[in-house]
Structures are given as C-alpha cells and as structure tokens.
Design a protein around this ligand. Structure first.
Ligand code: UTP
Ligand code: MG
Length: 587
C-alpha cells in the first residue's frame, strides 16, 4: 500500500555534529604540532652549519645551546599539541561511534519481525559492532591525518625547495611514483571490503546459531558438521582479508624503497652542490628530512584512502539499517470506548516474503470482553499466525482485525500491545533473576503483585523452593529450568501485566493436566474480566472455554461451545475421538 514511500537518506556525518568543537580543535592542534615539526630540521641544520663553520668551540657553544633549548621547548609544545589533538579526536570519534551504535540498536528494536529476519541476526551483529568500529576509525584517521598530510606535503615541499631548487627534480620523480602506488592500492582494495564484511556476517551467523542452538547440536552429535560449516565461513573470511593484507604488505616496502632512493638522491645532489659551495651541509640534511615528510604525507593519504574505502562498505551497511523504516507503523489511536474485545473480519494472511500462499483465508469471528475463546486445530494449520495478527506482529493481506472496536492499523502500536499479554509458544527467558523475567514490561510491580501473578501461573510452587526464591538467577534462555517451569514463568509474566486481553499460544503444553487445570482456574479467578484467547492441542484444555474456534488448513470451520461443536462439527468430533482413543482427555 505504502510501498512507494520514499526512503529516508541518512547522512552519517550528522553524528559528528554534537562533537563539532572537538572536530575543529583536533585538526587545529594537529596543525600546531606539524608546524613545529616543520621548523625542527631548519633549527637542526643551523646547529650543524654552525658546528662545521670552523669557528672556535667557545664561539659555537652559546648558539648551539640556545638553538638546542629552543628545539627542546618546541618539541614539548608540539608534543602537547599532539596529545591534545589525539584526545579531542578520540572524544569525537568515540562519541560518534557510541551515538551511531545506540541509534542502530534502537532502530533494530523498532523494526518489524519480517525485517530483522531478512537482515539475519549475524549480519545485524556485525553491522552494529564491526562496521561501526570501521567508521569510528575513519573519523579518527580523518581528524588526525586530513590536516597533517597536506601540511606535511606543502610545508615539506616549500621548505625543501627553499633550501635548493634543484631538489625539485627528486620530488618530481618520487611523488608521482608514490601516487601511482596509492592509486593501484585503492583500485584493488575497494571492491574487496564489502566482500570482507559479508564474509564476517557469515562467520557471526554460524557462531550465533551454534551458541544458541548448542543443545540441538550436541543432542545430534552434529559438532563435526557445524565445525566444518564454521571452518568454511571462517576460511572464506580469512582469504578475503588475507588478500587485502597481502596487497598492503607488498605496497609498504615498495613505498619505503621509493622513499629511501629519494633520500639518497637528495644527498647525492646535495653533496655536489655543497662541494660547489652552493649549499651548506646542514641544509642538505634538512632537505633530506623534509623530503621524508613529504613522502610520508603521500603514505598518509594512502592510509586515509584505504580506511575510507573500508568505511564506505561499512557505511552502506550501517545506513541500510538506519534507513529501514519499520514496515508496521502505528496509527495514533490511544484510547477506545470498548475494552477487551477482538474481532476478525474476512481476514486472509500470507507471510511477507513467502510465495504468497495464504496461511489464513477469510476468517471472521468475534470475542467479547471477558470471554474465554480457545483455538484448536492440527499442527501447522495457522493458529499462531492467527493470534499474531492481534498485537499486529504482521499485517493482514485482506480483511481487518479490530481490538476494542478499533482497527489494529489505527492503534498506536505501543498502546495496542500494552493491552495485550502474549504468552508465546516457545517461552523466551532472558538472563537475569526469576523476578526480572516475570517483570519484563511491568518493571514497577510490587513484590505482592509478583507473588500473586506467580501463584495464578502455578509458578510460586517451584520458585519458592529455589535457593534465592524470586532472586534466583536464570541462565540465558532459561536453560537452568524445565520446560514446564519456563512456561509457568512466561505465564506469570503475562498475568502480571493485568492486560485487557491475554493470549496463550499453547503455553500450557508442557504442564500435566492437573497443573494446567489449576492455571486455568487461577486465571478465571485472578484475571476476572480479562479476555482470554487460548491456543491448545488438547480438548481437555479447551472444553470449558465459552467458544472454541476450530481451524483447518487456515480456515475457520466452526466457532461455538464444546457441547454445540460435539453435535455439529465433524472436525471437532474427529479431534475428540482421536484424543479419547489415546486417553489424552481426562473426563
Ligand atoms: P502456524 O505457526 O500458524 O501454525 O503456521 P500453528 O497452527 O501454530 O502450528 P503449531 O500447532 O504451533 O505447530 C501456519 C503456516 O504458516 C507457515 C508454516 O509453514 C505453516 O504452514 N509459516 C509459519 C510461515 O510461512 N512463516 C512463519 O514465520 C511461520
Ligand atoms: Mg503455533
């Protein structure tokens, strides 16, 4: 619908704005350091010229000492400028990186599920860490080198030529040579960098998948295969990186050779000129020093280009994240007259990015405030997809979903989601205490409220036996708990919010029937007036619901009470019969 919307372009340089003072100070201080550095060889040459002037020792010493002291003083001031320039540059670049990372993370949090899926977790991790580091490094380099390089280049050239114009020939030969090398390097390295980052994405993806899926890998003793997969990604990354590094390790010595040859040439020419009394020996030494500064400047330029091309690849990847607009954007409704109602109107749905096959087709039903509605149907029939449309995790392809009488597309997404507790099919726990896990989204809850929620969810029975009770630490993803314990903590989390609507997606599947019955009773008594939508596989779990939605292949085949369905709905009767035979239903 809004696909034609223009993409917002984001300039990463705007992240430097808050640090503009540092961005100006750092190059200025650097300029101070460079100026002082450019004076040094001249002062040095004065000392040398004075020493070999043939004057008496006593006559030379005062001048040598004074010049030496001036040099020392200047070095101290230059060093101070250099240090301050480094401080200010770090402050700017670190601040830049920090802000960028924070915005990147906030953006990732705001994206819709389909978008984060598309980026892949591994790639998002690389983009928010490694890529931003490359950008931060570039800021640092630019602040420190951008003024240093041209000043050395121009200053060195002017000083050197002012000593003797014939040194210009050496410059004329050496500088273009260095430049050609720089151009070659940029040409080869630039296209590689974006490939290097992509390979790093792959490495991160494998690591990430395997760490979070470590149990599966071990259960199927699949370590060898996974290590192989990692090795492949890792060696591809290494090879790409290696190529760039080889290129640079070749180029550096070549540049040094050019530089040394140029110094030799200066000394040769200077030697002849000194013999002809056209120049002092000290000045030849100074000229050689100026030349090395000029050629170093060219190397610095190459360094800047190298970092720029690396950062360009990274900038593109970071901008891609920052520029993605959440596909699901909320409206501005924050309040409604109705409370706790849900209505599906001719809803069809296909997953974005899938081949367009409808997972749900033409579904209509209505849930009144305070009702308990169950959803039943065989695995893969579309139950999770159906309830995911209520908090608008995805948008319908046709038809509309209404919560409290307002189209979910018109609701402010936060306001909508605050009304709803969604207890997911797979309980997601985070590292932290049991209390932390229960209070996600309701951080200001009192101990009393937490205890009450845990009692309703039948979680208190086991939490109170834990060593530190609600302050017991739960390992990442809740690995230190049983499946049923995790489910009960997740239910307590949903209950604590006291939502208008609570959705259980097969959230009691790991509980035995008597515990499940206690949870259901607790919810009926403890959350009076709350609308309950409950997905379940077992008839026993749903038979007390006010209405049961029977889903088959993405279609709603019946919507009625247990007793009525037992009379009129064949699909329901089949499910009932199959579970009776298996003895799954406790009458
Ligand atoms: P559901 O996830 O809605 O099925 O997927 P379900 O009824 O809840 O199944 P169980 O009981 O939890 O096992 C419905 C269909 O949607 C597709 C699946 O392939 C399935 O056929 N699907 C699901 C996607 O295409 N993408 C998804 O992200 C999830
Ligand atoms: Mg499901």
């Amino acid at each position: 619908m809004k696909k034609t919307e223009k993409k917002k372009k984001i300039k990463l340089t705007r992240y430097l704005k808050p640090y503009w003072v540092f961005c100006i100070l750092s190059p200025l201080l650097m300029a101070g350091e460079v100026l002082i550095d450019l004076v040094q060889p001249t002062l040095m040459s004065e000392i040398v010229n004075e020493s070999i002037s043939g004057k008496a020792f006593g006559d030379i010493m005062p001048k040598v000492i004074i010049t030496g002291l001036i040099m020392l003083g200047l070095v101290a001031v230059g060093g101070l400028c250099g240090a301050l320039s480094a401080f200010t540059a770090s402050a700017a670049s670190e601040g830049f990186g920090d802000d960028l990372r924070r915005d990147g993370f906030n953006k990732v949090m705001s994206l819709s599920l389909q978008q984060t899926d598309k980026f892949t977790t591994g790639s998002l991790v690389t983009r928010l860490t490694n890529d931003i580091v490359a950008l931060r490094d570039l800021v640092m380099t630019v602040l420190r080198m951008l003024i240093r390089a041209p000043m050395f280049l121009v200053g060195g050239l002017v000083m050197c030529l002012s000593l003797d114009v014939s040194f210009g020939y050496v410059m004329l030969a050496a500088i273009p040579m260095q430049l050609v090398i720089v151009v070659i390097m940029i040409k080869f390295s630039h296209p590689i960098y974006s490939k290097v980052q992509k390979k790093l994405d792959a490495v991160n993806s494998v690591v990430q998948e395997n760490v979070s899926g470590a149990r599966v890998v071990k259960a199927y003793t699949n370590e060898k295969f996974e290590i192989g997969r990692f090795d492949k990604a890792n060696s591809e990354y290494r090879d790409q990186n290696y190529f760039v590094l080889k290129l640079f390790s070749l180029i550096m010595p070549v540049m040094m050779i050019v530089m040394n040859m140029a110094v030799v040439a200066i000394i040769l020419i200077g030697g002849y000129r000194a013999e002809a009394q056209a120049i002092n020996v000290g000045d030849v030494m100074a000229a050689a020093q100026y030349l090395t500064r000029v050629l170093f400047a060219v190397m610095m330029v190459s360094h800047i280009f190298q970092q720029t091309s690396r950062a360009q690849a990274s900038a593109g990847r970071v901008r891609e994240v920052l520029e993605s607009e959440p596909v699901i954007k909320g409206g501005d409704v924050r309040e409604a007259d109705e409370k706790g109602t849900v209505r599906f109107e001719n809803v069809s749905f296909a997953y974005p990015g899938s081949s367009g096959v409808d997972v749900l087709s033409n579904i209509s039903f209505e849930v009144k405030k305070g009702e308990t509605v169950a959803v039943i149907g065989s695995t893969g029939c579309g139950k999770t997809s159906l309830v995911s449309l209520i908090p608008r995790f995805y948008d319908t392809t046709e038809g509309n979903v209404y919560v409290d009488g307002v189209n979910v597309k018109d609701w402010d997404t936060d306001a909508l989601r605050r009304k709803i507790s969604f207890v997911l099919q797979k309980s997601e726990l985070f590292s932290g205490t049991v209390r932390d896990n229960i209070t996600i989204g309701t951080e200001d809850a009192s101990d009393e409220e937490i205890l009450r929620a845990a009692e309703i969810a039948q979680a208190d029975t086991f939490v109170s036996k834990m060593p530190n009770k609600y302050y017991t630490y739960v390992a990442e993803k809740g690995t230190s708990l049983s499946g049923g314990q995790k489910q009960r903590i997740a239910i307590a989390r949903g209950v604590l919010r006291r939502p208008e609507i609570i959705i259980f997606d097969d959230s009691t599947s790991a509980l035995d029937l008597s515990t499940e019955a206690k949870v259901q009773q607790g919810i009926r008594e403890g959350l009076e007036g709350t609308t309950v939508i409950m997905i379940a596989q077992r008839i026993a779990s749903v038979r007390n619901a006010d209405k049961i939605a029977v889903i088959e292949n993405g279609s709603l085949v019946a919507f009625d009470s247990h007793d009525n369905l037992m009379e009129s709905c064949d699909t329901y009767k089949d499910i009932y019969a199959s579970q009776m035979k298996g003895g799954a239903t406790n009458e």
